[in-house]
Design a protein around this ligand. Structure first.
Ligand code: ADP
Length: 277
């Protein structure tokens, strides 16, 4: 191969890399079979997430949101279809994809600082560097003053901030969040939505965010993926081209939320509305 041909190939590969989605889920189907039930949780779902994008998934309970996130995260590797991350097949959990759940999975015997530091220690990051990273992450989530506190001393919102700081400390290429604010009171939830917007904006984070709260999806998402139940399919993907920061009482947020809610109501035949405003 000549030098010029090599250079051309490198340039072409870089161009492909820049355009390629970070996460690509193609034709994903997932069936749960138990002795008593056979559930088709996802039926031919395709979704791409580009670098720097925040994509929110909404849909009725049981429509397969968590199942889809678990496949993207590499928690669930038994499915039909193709799931790739940065072009490589997803075969299990990986440091590049940090997962944040509704229930904070923090170590009660460690203080806030040690919780955030944990993953860095496992990776053998030198002490001074660890300290700098932890300081930066705690400042980002407004927890610097509480770095010596133990988990039981924290409120629910503070615990979720620690989880976020710990996830970000290892510099993942993508954050996967499954209803992280669902158990919090309304005010704390609003606060954390604001903080996540600001953190994600500052670092250009790529986020896949599952929620059943329509307004939350519109506040956070560049795109909102509306799923329908039985079996789980993508009904529509709605772009949210609003400037940030977005707040719950923005009129534009309310308008887009109404659009998403209408889509959800249409996809549902159930009498009782389940979508938080
Ligand atoms: P959502 O997150 O939208 O509430 P899930 O992804 O948790 O929905 O579930 C989708 C469907 O798959 C539901 O019908 C649920 O009962 C079923 N399901 C999820 N996990 C399992 C499992 N481990 N075993 C059997 N069925 C499951």
């Amino acid at each position: 191969m000549t030098g010029i041909t090599e250079q051309r190939e490198v340039v072409a590969a870089a161009a492909r890399g820049a355009q390629a989605p970070l996460l690509a889920l193609t034709g994903i189907s997932k069936r749960f079979q138990t002795a008593r039930q056979d559930t088709l949780a996802l039926d031919d779902v395709s979704l791409e997430v580009r670098r720097g994008e925040v994509v929110c998934i909404v849909g009725p309970s049981g429509c397969g949101k968590s199942t889809l996130l678990n496949i993207a995260a590499g928690i669930d590797t038994h499915f039909d279809g193709d799931a790739t991350f940065e072009g490589d097949p997803i075969t299990g959990m990986a440091r590049e994809r940090a997962v944040v759940f509704q229930e904070p999975a923090l170590f009660p015997w460690l203080n806030v600082r040690a919780n955030v530091e944990f993953g860095l220690k496992l990776r053998g990051v030198p002490k001074a560097e660890r300290k700098a990273i932890v300081d930066r992450q705690l400042a980002m989530v407004n927890l610097s003053r509480f770095d010596r506190a133990y988990i039981h001393e924290l409120s629910g919102g503070m615990k979720q901030r620690v989880q976020l700081a710990r996830a970000l400390a290892v510099e993942p290429h993508m954050l996967m969040m499954d209803e992280p604010f669902a158990a919090l009171d309304a005010q704390t939830r609003d606060d954390l939505q604001g903080e996540l917007q600001s953190v994600a904006g500052r670092i250009g984070a790529t986020v896949l965010f599952v929620t059943h709260n329509v307004r939350e999806a519109v506040i956070l998402g560049d795109r909102v993926v509306v799923m329908s139940r039985g079996p789980g399919r993508i009904r529509r993907v709605i772009d949210i081209p609003l400037s940030r920061p977005r707040t719950p009482d923005d009129h534009d947020v309310a308008d887009f939320a109404a659009m998403v809610r209408a889509e959800l109501q249409e996809s549902s035949t159930e009498a009782e509305p389940r979508y938080a405003i």
